[in-house]
Design a protein around this ligand. Sequence first.
Ligand SMILES: [Zn+2]
Ligand SMILES: [Zn+2]
Length: 357
Amino acid sequence: MKAAVFHEKGAPIAVEEVEVADPGEGEVRIAIQSAGLCHSDISAINGTYAMPMPMVIGHEGAGIVESVGPGVRSVKEGDRVVLSTLANCGHCPACDTGHPTLCYEPPGPRKPFTFRGEPAFQFANASSFSEQTVVPESSAIKVPKEIPMAQAALIGCGIITGVGAVLNRAKVDAGDTMAVFGAGGIGLNIIQGGVLAGATKIIAVDLLPSTLEWANEFGATHIVDGRDGDAVEKVKELTGGRGVTHAFEAVGHVKAIEQALDSLAPGGTMTIVGVTGLGVKAEFVANALRLDKAIQGCRYGTARPHSDFPMLAELYLAGRLKIDELITRHYALDDINTAIEDLENGELARGVFDIAS
Ligand SMILES: [Zn+2]
Ligand SMILES: [Zn+2]
């Protein structure tokens, strides 16, 4: 079968012939139908994250269960599933109390592929840029069959990361106010999470006019062009001088993190969703936190995939979650390098690979 393989740092990704294993005990083999391209795929390829090689890339995806190994009970052949990138053990104190993103002993990297005679690694428990993949049962989340596969694919990273940060981590209440720094693929989902939560003001801050236009479409009540004066001042002006109850940072830039913190009202919380480089430091005035302000991180939307993914699919089917509008362009898997270029040029909210129809 064909898969996009990362086997040389800095080299263009090539779609290559790869073998995939049979599903073992507790594993599921999936025929991938659609896969979304996310910034984390680029970070893996360009060395921002240290990645083992060779590796089949892609982590946002949806497909049809092709076969299941012994002991699999939650899905069967023909089910439509969304890939969860979460590796968790299912029985440690964190998993047991409903916090699988904080698992004490997440299982290590898997190698279900063979490339040029050598075992090849799986990326983020998923490897969605591939005609088939084999994942643990806990990563194959069944969703209603009515949701189209391209739309379903996006639930597994971009949507859960953004909407989950608002609903699961920040727990925004109706009547709260929000500022979102960075309105790309993740930021747009933070914005629509705010709409679902009933935030009264949702202020999007970005540097790209095209992105700010998308922010409007996804429910931002105000947009702030970060190139045009002091973004923090603008957020304060829009909230009667007080600031927002929730600020979200969605790009992993130090300046945006500092601005998000400065935008908080007394009692406000900043949630950092963006991923900064390893060891990157941000500065803040410690005394400012005295007014009951808080800083928190958020990994993978603090997801509980088995309850969150079907819920997000239902919200889409009910017309209350925008996914069609997130998909800027469709590509064939062979056009992966063009898609990567388009994403880097800021042309895509999401690009989706049609892997099978
Ligand atoms: Zn992602
Ligand atoms: Zn665990």
